[in-house]
Design a protein around this ligand. Structure first.
Ligand code: FES
Length: 134
């Protein structure tokens, strides 16, 4: 608990929002979704990677999880985007932007804004499995 509090303090000092810190520490939606579609690990420009699993019924995303090799910004963004897609149609999910993810998190530190891009691009890779394209 003490380690968690000092990590939260560090993240706060780095400019992470309370929501991003909460998602990161609770590892919201981190994990594999058995039986779900996934395109495998997507690697972004920064070299970090994310894999998003989607469970879809009748064109609606019923559940979503992710795994990542990356920073706190990547994990917070992965948690946010997997929360955001639940209950959305595949087409609605395709329209989610980096700005939407950053807004959902209540902001990200400026040098970490691109981490939201990793989550959006990983989501698009997953959606392509369902033949959804912009
Ligand atoms: Fe690569 Fe954050 S630095 S996702």
């Amino acid at each position: 608990m003490e380690a968690e509090e000092s990590l939260a303090k560090l993240l706060r000092m780095a400019g992470y929002s309370e929501k991003a810190i909460d998602y990161y520490l609770r590892k919201v939606n981190v994990g594999v979704l058995e039986g779900a579609e996934s395109p495998g690990l997507y690697t972004g420009l920064c070299g970090d990677s994310m894999q998003i699993f989607l469970k879809v019924e009748d064109g609606i995303i019923k559940d979503a999880r992710f795994q990542a090799i990356g920073c706190a910004g990547a994990f917070a963004s992965g948690s946010a985007i997997t929360e955001m897609v639940k209950g959305k149609s595949l087409e609605e999910a395709w329209k989610i932007t980096e700005q939407d993810v950053v807004r959902e998190l209540g902001g990200l530190p400026k040098p970490k804004l691109h981490c939201a891009r990793l989550a959006v691009d990983a989501l698009k890779k997953s959606l392509e499995k369902f033949k959804v394209k912009g």
